[in-house]
Design a protein around this ligand. Structure first.
Ligand code: DP6
Length: 361
């Protein structure tokens, strides 16, 4: 599929005003997207677990305007008007305008809220951008009611990617692949696809307890970090490694080999941070407590043989990953040993989810 196929034909319906609403989850990458070309075309493939509890709810109200000169929208977070969110959404509207040509014909009110605290250090771009893209697709669906649900999801993922790369992996669940590669048939740089091969019971209902180690604003944004992969001394090897890791993950997902799974995802997490530390300028997003947690996870795993592992995103927080069958003992360990390293003792219990839900379509 190529970009042009997302440019609509003339619409068959018109709509004067209304409201649509979606809730869309966050996701956690197992193989990381780090490095991109223009408009979030990824330098390498990634795969993620869709989450369940961490999500954004967005209500989009629209009413037809008299003139069609420019974009007209207001953004609210938890009921509060947020003019500082305006530039990011404006850039998004500009990028998607060719695919959603009705955007200048309406006044929009975008009301959004997250299930996780805004300043938790959990990125809301994946859930937030995908929720907005889904709302816009619901509106487009009213102009073009003949649209299939498969096309709806594909275009929602495509539009989400233009907002924030990782957002394209939040539309569906439970394992989503994004970025063209040889291992996954049908994979694309343009949108996320459901992982199409066998997945062992061990990976169903996988748990993700997110330890909020540092809730502060990140010193280096993901966008800046991605850009530092241009001319990075290890970029070529890293991008090749992500392809290799995806090929290695396929038999692991099929056989349920938890040791191999943990080794692969922990290596991916540490490689992501190694790329940050070896960028120019270099930077470190982990905090002392991130390392405390990692060392305790390793010691506990060695001592008990339980299948607890971790991954990291572009920040200090630790995602503790483990199978549901071992949840009781591992959650007990988290509460007794790891929560002391969280800011204000905060953590979020999440698990694999199955994608976004329409609230009003
Ligand atoms: C480390 O999707 O937040 O979480 O495309 O610039 O919006 P932009 O970046 P973003 O990058 C996420 C990077 C990551 C890894 C991942 O989710 O694959």
């Amino acid at each position: 599929m190529i970009e042009q196929q997302f440019i609509p034909q003339a619409y068959s319906n018109t709509v004067s005003q209304g409201t649509v609403s979606w809730e869309s989850p966050s996701n956690i990458a197992l193989i990381k997207y780090w490095g991109k070309k223009k408009d979030q075309i990824p330098e390498n493939p990634s795969i993620s677990f869709t989450l369940n509890a961490c999500k954004t709810t967005t209500v989009l109200s629209y009413s037809k305007k008299e003139e069609t000169s420019g974009f007209d929208f207001e953004v609210y977070l938890d009921g509060e008007h947020k003019p500082d969110f305006q530039p990011k959404i404006k850039t998004f509207f500009e990028r998607v305008f060719v695919y959603l040509p009705f955007l200048k014909d309406y006044s929009f009110k975008i009301e959004t809220s997250n299930t996780f605290p805004h300043s938790s250090g959990i990125a809301s771009s994946a859930s937030g951008m995908s929720a907005l893209a889904l709302c816009l697709m619901s509106l487009e669906n009213q102009f073009a009611p003949e649209m299939t649900s498969e096309f709806f999801n594909k275009k929602a993922s495509f539009l989400s990617r233009l907002g924030s790369g990782s957002a394209c992996r939040s539309i569906e669940g439970d394992l989503i692949v994004w970025g063209e590669n040889k291992t996954v048939k049908g994979s694309s740089d343009l949108f996320g696809v459901k992982y199409p091969y066998a997945v062992h019971e061990n990976f169903k209902s996988y748990q993700d307890t997110i330890l909020l180690v540092d809730k502060g604003e990140k010193q280096v944004s993901s966008t800046v970090g991605h850009n530092l992969m241009h001319g990075h001394p290890f970029a070529v090897q890293r991008f090749a490694q992500a392809h290799d890791n995806l090929a290695k993950l396929k038999p692991i997902l099929e056989s349920g080999d938890l040791d191999a799974f943990i080794a692969l995802i922990e290596s991916e997490a540490l490689t992501l941070h190694a790329m940050m530390m070896t960028s120019m300028p270099y930077f470190i997003l982990m905090k002392p407590n991130t390392l405390e947690v990692i060392n305790k996870i390793w010691a506990f795993r060695k001592e008990t043989g339980l299948n607890v592992g971790f991954t990291l995103d572009a920040g200090a927080n630790v995602h503790v990953l483990y199978p549901k069958a071992e949840a009781e003992a591992i959650l007990d360990f988290i509460k007794k040993e790891l929560v002391v390293h969280c800011q204000n003792g905060q953590f979020i219990c999440d698990e694999i989810g199955f994608g976004a839900k329409a609230l009003t379509k």
